[in-house]
Design a protein around this ligand. Structure first.
Ligand code: PLP
Length: 310
């Protein structure tokens, strides 16, 4: 019997045509309402379920962000302890927030790569499950359920707009389109300037490693996308676009006022496209926007970004 999912089926909203400069009514898939605050629970939940079914007694993850919280939520539901390894640079606030989920927080290394290597080594040593934030086929299979839900609802859409960090969400969306017979539906892949590793790779024709991340959208801050995600450029219609941090923040504020839901700038990037790249959208009739969410936001943070950027 298939395991019942740890994520919830999220609402799908229809906006009016004048909601954005695109002049199109939009489908908004509200993954900000997942119990972990972002879409990440879809894939991370599935991966953790598989690992626990195979006998894992513990879960390790190296992410101070939404993948870590998703692993913590999944571990709690599955009744196994979760350890999140974060680098020294992760703020005390984030460490406290992770610890509040019941997960153990371990600090190791000065950058993500060091924390990640430590999580991988510990998981191997203890025969525990290791959860990568974006690079695993089960993550993509889990994320694909968001497209299954939209298709099942009967909503008709002719493009999908999504944010891209390491590309796990993009890979999941492409997988969801394929398994629903929608391989010809284009995906508009959005990053902020300063976190645009997919954009750089698409332009260069090879996987590029960014020297640094300079965007405030830290959930998009993978310096290099997964190989599988880069390879999708050959097999699926994907258009890579960027927005500025200021545009992402403006979109978060507009969305907060209109829908009364807070999302991270990483999610604001996707929401910004319908205003910033309105002409690119004009050849479509019904865009679907993945409102990916994120816990790295608060009223105070939005106010501070407003003061800084707008
Ligand atoms: C993880 C995350 C992303 C990017 O997802 P990838 O799978 O790394 O591309 C975007 N937005 C939010 C809120 C996230 O948590």
């Amino acid at each position: 019997m298939p395991l019942s999912p740890l994520h919830i089926e999220t609402p799908l909203l229809r906006t009016s045509a004048d909601y954005s400069k695109s002049g199109l009514p939009l489908w908004l898939k509200l993954d900000a309402l997942q119990p972990s605050g972002s879409f990440k629970l879809r894939g991370v939940g599935l991966l953790c379920q598989h690992e626990v079914a195979k006998g894992a007694k513990e879960i390790f993850c190296a992410s101070g962000g939404n993948a870590g919280i998703a692993a913590a939520v999944a571990g709690k539901a599955l009744g196994v302890p979760v350890t999140i390894v974060v680098p020294e640079t992760t703020s005390a606030e984030v460490r406290t927030r992770i610890a509040a989920t019941g997960a153990k927080v371990m600090v190791h290394g000065s950058v993500f790569d060091e924390a990640n290597a430590h999580a991988v080594a510990l998981a191997a040593e203890r025969k525990a499950a290791y959860v990568h934030p974006y690079d695993h086929p089960l993550l993509w299979e889990g994320h694909a359920t968001l497209i299954d839900e939209v298709v099942k609802s009967g909503a008709e859409f002719d493009c999908v707009v999504t944010s891209v960090g390491g590309g796990g969400l993009l890979a999941g969306i492409v997988e969801g389109l394929r398994r629903n017979g929608l391989s010809d539906v284009p995906v508009i892949a959005v990053e902020t300037e300063g976190a645009a590793s997919f954009h750089a790779a698409a332009l260069a024709g090879e996987r590029v490693t960014l020297p640094a991340i300079t965007s405030i959208a830290n959930s998009l801050g993978a310096r290099q996308v997964a190989q599988h995600v880069f390879d999708l450029l050959e097999t699926h219609p994907i258009e890579s676009v960027t927005v500025t941090d200021a545009e992402a923040v403006a979109a978060c504020l507009k969305f907060a006022d209109a829908q009364r839901i807070l999302v991270e700038p990483a999610c604001g990037a996707a929401l910004a496209v319908t205003d910033v790249h309105a002409d690119r959208l004009s050849r479509f009739k019904a865009p679907l926007i993945e409102v990916c969410g994120g816990i790295g936001v608060s009223l105070a943070a939005l106010e501070a970004w407003r003061a800084r950027f707008l």
